[in-house]
Design a protein around this ligand. Sequence first.
Ligand code: SF4
Length: 85
Amino acid sequence: MAENRYNFCRLCEIVKNIPDDIGEYADRLYRLLDEDERADSELIGSRLKICDECEKNVQGTCLACGCYCLVRSFARSQHCPKKKW
Ligand code: SF4
């Protein structure tokens, strides 16, 4: 997938107005992805480990792009805006 010059994340556009409990919504979003687009748990875990140590991660939101790190990690084709993963 080509890099989007606006750092636009379709998944985050869907969830941006969703309140506190993102877990349930994130789970639904994951299931909405085509199976071949879903990152597996190992890939998601490795991405989130990097996000956990990143200075741009503030309470699970990436300040480099405004996405939820968790949601961004779900899609295989997504990437870190800082090219850390
Ligand atoms: S997506 Fe990249 S820039 Fe954003 S918090 Fe994760 S590692 Fe940091």
